[in-house]
Design a protein around this ligand. Sequence first.
Ligand code: 6PG
Length: 470
Amino acid sequence: MSSKFDFGMIGLGVMGRNLLLNMADHQFSVIGFDKDENKAASLEQESGNNQNVKGVVTLNEMVQQLKTPRRIMMLVPAGKPVDDVIESLLPLINEGDVIIDGGNSFFEDTLRRIKYLEEKKIHFVGMGVSGGEKGARFGPSIMPGGDVEAWKHLQPILEAVSAKVNNEPCVAYMGKGAAGHFVKMVHNGIEYAIMQLISEVYGLLKNGLQLANEELHTIFKTWNEGELQSFLIEITADIFKQKDDITGNDLVDMILDKAGSKGTGKWTSQEAMNLGISIPTIDIAVSLRSISAYKEERVAASELYDGSTTNITTDKQTFINQCGDALFVATLLCYAQGLSMLYKASEEYKTEIPLSNVVKIWRGGCIIRSTLLEKFYEAYQSNNNLPNILLDKNIAALIQSKATSLRKVIIAAVENNIAVTGIMSTLGYLDAYSTANMPTNLIQAQRDYFGAHTYQRTDKEGSFHTKWND
Ligand code: 6PG
């Protein structure tokens, strides 16, 4: 068999097929493997039977037809399937070949796999891919990490297929070890948080102002033409227009309010706890998806507690504008939390995550793409070592200019019994982070009082213990 193909894919679901078709559009020859012959056949059909696109049903056939060093990507469910694919590949590949895991794998699994394959002189790249099916087909945001040599083998293909912003590719090397999957995990944590905020604003406008879906569509569409411009706002505007095929009603009203999740948001929260970094809005977003699952209990509780929503009495357009500004600041605060986590992780794990490149490649292709990222990119360009983007003067000024709306929206929500737990957490984060003297001195006093845990003083170095109430 001739070795003619530039790139191989294991797993020809829609994402795998679309990524290969995208590569073929950029003149790379690609071969995909899937045990399911229908999927292998679909790949060739969807390419219009392009000679540079081939679908096969055995792994060996694929491996044998790849140019060396081989570039083989897996798009299979995270967990055991990834280990199984690695084991089946090992007898077929050679030293120097590159295996890429493009799924949402847990970064510690990726680290383990890197070490395991390093001993066999195989490069293993944990790579985040964001943008869903359309992104894969026409330009995703791609977050590869691992060893630099492997990145060099992949760079030309990934740069060609990624989304572009200002002609710059939305792919860059994300750092050592499992940095690619770590960055993707935090991307998803931010995604959870922003989606939570948008849903709360929807709740405010729908229940507090009694707006119809048509009006909601117009509001989100208008927001998407201004500084809130982002993929998630854009699709939200679309959602309000969608009719249900079954009933003819607006589809959004027919969807049960139980949110699912696949785990990446939870991992972000768990890992933030391990790192000792504060990401309250991501935590809340995960937690509220959990509350949403308890539909029956919520219905029962709604009858026990007088929580009926009252109408917001602020002038309608004024309140809509305040919601827009509040959403803008709150969204910014979600990115701040996620990026500060990446900063801490990079220090802790010595992965050298380039934050300026992270925000640069998130500007296009991915689910959390937004024009706001341009401002973060500028912030990191003036200081690439910012522990938190809230410390940038321009970002601070931007937040200050709209923070009053955030407070007003929260007050209105509280007064009218509308849950905005995620939005509140963003303000809580801002207020705590910008407090020079927190009341936590009292916690230290209490800890020392009951447990002799000691405390530090404001006037001298060292640890101190007091015999309280002696
Ligand atoms: C992306 C998405 C993608 C996926 C999430 C959804 O960047 O393209 O984040 O990875 O849609 O896994 O996650 P949940 O099912 O947990 O909401």
